[in-house]
Design a protein. Sequence first.
Length: 107
Amino acid sequence: MDQETQEKIKELQGFEQNLNGLLMQKQAFQMEQNETETALNEIKDSKEDVFKLVGNIMIKSDKKKIEEELSKKKELIELRLKTIESQESDFSKKAEELKKEVMAQIK
């Protein structure tokens, strides 16, 4: 293999590492999104007092305020997920193009 092909293979490996990192971030945000949605649904359905976990203690909180906080958190998570998905798409396209170039040079 020539030097150019080896460089492209290294670059491809970099893209794959970046993609793996993005996938891990995406999974973490998806889990956080599910937890936030579950909490929002529980609060909306609740007729009782609402408590907020602060550190190791639970504090009675205003239901509306907690709903607003969770809604803002949900919006932020959704925005982060869209950004990650956009980056993931870009990396995938670039990696696929590079893979085709490498395969063409190897043959």
